[in-house]
Design a protein around this ligand. Structure first.
Ligand code: UDP
Length: 341
């Protein structure tokens, strides 16, 4: 049978590059595109090294460019698109909402228009548990009501889900899956790919590893008086390689015609809550390093506690998270040490 081709937009980034490795391992051909606005080619080089493939097509382009998007689809026969390309900094999105709405929505619309025009039926969208806001009940299922977004970034995820849902319904010639990620962490076990935050990291794990390596003075643990067992926030930290494998399952479900509706949503998480202090302790254990950290005031906008009920993905995608927080933190630490060399 002829190999199927998957377009990975934002494929040089943290999640996109890990997904690309798993797609190649699963036997798919790829077209990778990225505008490199928030990453360099490090992860793409890692992707080539891990897979031993020197021939992966790479296009430096933005999907906000309608003509370039159209050209990419006319020059390649694409069976499925995974659309990652988007801006993702919550704080920046509050300061520059038009940049976020413009980029994140325009690029999705262009991808959908070109996909439709060129007979590419299958669209996978990277959404986020941010759409649940502060849930009334945890864990959250896909039926848990979405809450009004608290940032333009979060709003672009909600609107993008709606654009995909409405387009699938109206046009009939495309179908979509939205994967709602919880908190992706870790790095590739080879230490050839990982997170490359620009400037001061916002996310917990890069902040932990950068503190341990000496790039940052001290980790601030934001808030110790939340109504949780140890007073710090609870999240569902999902290993990046596990997360990547969920995409392969979702792509296969679309390409093999196994979808039960033309638009489906799946939570991608472990189902296990972990606190900020759980991460700090697990990091110290796996790295053997003493982490310099202190309690600091709550960070504005943080939800208290959220974790996934991943049973739908377990059942329908045949996917389950397999790695522990310790596995992910060790991989992230090895990646940080490699960057320092
Ligand atoms: N956090 C922290 N210190 C930091 C960064 C994050 O205590 O320097 C906490 C944050 O308050 C939240 C958790 O770590 O409870 C995860 O934050 P992150 O920004 O990684 O992801 P979010 O859940 O906000 O998307």
């Amino acid at each position: 049978m002829q190999k199927k081709t998957v377009l990975v937009t934002g494929g040089a980034g943290f999640i996109g590059s890990h997904v690309s490795v798993e797609l190649i391992n699963a036997g798919y051909d790829l077209v990778v595109a990225d505008d490199l606005s928030n990453c360099d080619m490090t992860n793409f080089e890692g992707l080539k090294q891990i897979t031993g493939r020197d021939d992966i097509p790479f296009h430096q382009m933005t999907f906000c460019d309608e003509a370039a998007t159209e050209k990419l689809f006319s020059e390649n026969k694409i069976d499925a698109v995974i659309h990652f390309a988007a801006f993702k900094a919550v704080g920046e999105s509050c300061a520059e909402p038009l940049k976020y709405y413009g980029n994140n929505l325009k690029s999705l619309i262009n991808v959908l228009e070109s996909a439709r025009r060129h007979g590419c039926r299958n669209i996978l969208f990277s959404s986020s548990c941010t759409v649940y806001g502060e849930p009334e009940k945890t864990p959250v299922t896909e039926q848990t009501p979405r809450q009004p977004a608290t940032s333009p970034y979060g709003n672009t995820k909600q609107i993008s889900e709606d654009i995909l849902r409405d387009s699938v319904k109206a046009y009939g010639n495309i179908r979509g899956i939205a994967l709602r990620y919880f908190n992706p962490i870790g790095a590739h076990p080879t230490a050839l790919m990982g997170e490359l935050p620009r400037g001061v990291p916002n996310n917990l794990v890069p902040y932990i590893t950068q503190t341990a390596i000496g790039k940052r003075e001290c980790l601030s643990v934001f808030g110790n008086d939340y109504p949780t067992p140890d007073g710090t926030n609870l999240r569902d930290y999902i290993d990046i390689v596990d997360l990547a494998k969920a995409h392969v399952c979702a792509v296969r479900r679309m390409i093999d015609d196994k979808m039960e509706a033309d638009y489906e949503i799946f939570n991608v998480g472990t189902g296990k809550p972990a606190s900020v202090l759980d991460l700090v302790n697990a990091f110290e254990k796996v790295s053997g390093e003493k982490l310099n950290w202190k309690f600091a005031p709550r960070r504005a906008g943080d939800v208290i506690a959220i974790w996934a009920d991943p049973s739908l993905a377990n059942e329908k995608l045949g996917w389950k998270a397999g790695r522990t927080i310790e596995d992910s933190l060790l991989a992230a630490w090895n990646w940080e040490k490699k960057l320092a060399r």
